[in-house]
Design a protein around this ligand. Structure first.
Ligand SMILES: Nc1ncnc2c1ncn2[C@@H]1O[C@H](COP(=O)(O)OP(=O)(O)OP(=O)(O)O)[C@@H](O)[C@H]1O
Ligand SMILES: [Mg+2]
Length: 260
């Protein structure tokens, strides 16, 4: 297996009124080609901070981020596409203009960009909304626009921070199925952040469980549901699903609570 993404000994503190707060402490992980990995952990354990460090939006105090064995610490990489926890759409751009932003930046012609984006509007159930503005959409619709904006650039590595949180259940299942298909067929790598243990077990090849205060990885779990089914409900019915669910739940449950 080739490591496409690696984080080595990541440390990060923030300055609070009461002094520096140690958020991430010596964190190491990697993701291989065509691998789906997830981070699960309690609120405040540093998942989004780690995400921002991988994307280069934030610099670590110590440590390194490598993409395809090349150091990218503190700078963005063209191999990465990401969906942030907050959708951050541009309110003055239409839905279509938001979706094709990444293609425009890459110099793709408007005509071609519209063609590429057009297919996604069907998949993400937003046909007819091309010329609306973000303020005219619901939270779940905005989140789908943010997903499309990332997927349209066809990145090798896709980072998602609670990307499906605002979606209703059937749509979430349908887009997760689509994501698994894209990942397996196009040999993508996904780093997925979620609170949802079910979601992590169903989608991932490997799950990193984190604890908070300071944020550290407490367990790494290889998932093998022993099914080729890409259908999400089928995967959840695998007899091994409950074993993994329990293992992760116990791992989170045993993490020490922060000092009062
Ligand atoms: N810009 C900042 N300045 C100071 N402290 C911050 C900043 N950003 C995050 N923190 C603190 O760092 C810790 C980790 O935050 P982070 O957002 O990475 O957690 P998270 O695991 O993503 O949480 P959630 O699951 O709620 O999204 C929290 O205690 C948070 O208060
Ligand atoms: Mg977060």
């Amino acid at each position: 297996m080739t490591k496409v993404l690696e984080a080595i000994n990541i440390h990060k503190s923030y300055d609070a009124d009461t002094g520096p707060v140690n958020v991430l402490k010596g964190l190491n992980f990697h993701a291989d080609t065509n691998e789906f990995i997830s981070f699960v952990g309690p609120s405040g354990c540093g998942k989004s901070t780690l995400f921002n460090i991988i994307t280069g939006l934030l610099s670590p105090d110590e440590g390194h981020v490598l993409i395809n064995n090349r150091e990218t610490t503190g700078s963005p990489s063209e191999h990465l596409g990401y969906v942030l926890q907050k959708d951050l759409l541009f309110p003055w751009r239409s839905v279509m203009e938001n979706v094709i932003l990444g293609l425009e930046v890459r110099g793709v012609s408007k005509k071609k960009a519209h063609e590429q984006a057009g297919e996604l509007f069907k998949t993400y159930h937003l046909e007819g909304y091309e010329n609306k503005y973000p303020s005219q959409l619901s939270g779940g619709m905005r989140q789908r626009v943010a997903l499309m904006r990332t997927m349209v650039t066809r990145p090798d590595i896709i980072l998602m921070d609670e990307a499906y949180k605002a979606l209703d259940y059937p749509l979430k299942i349908s887009l997760e199925t689509e994501l698994l298909k894209v990942v397996k067929e196009q040999k993508k790598t996904v780093v997925f952040i979620t609170h949802d243990i079910e979601e992590a077990v169903t989608l991932s090849d490997r799950v990193y469980v984190m604890k908070a205060h300071p944020g550290e990885i407490v367990q790494e779990i290889h998932i093998d549901l022993q099914t080729d089914a890409r259908d999400i409900p089928q995967r959840r019915l695998s007899p091994r699903f409950n074993e993994y669910y329990e293992q992760i739940w116990r791992s989170i449950g045993t993490a020490p609570l922060p000092a009062a």
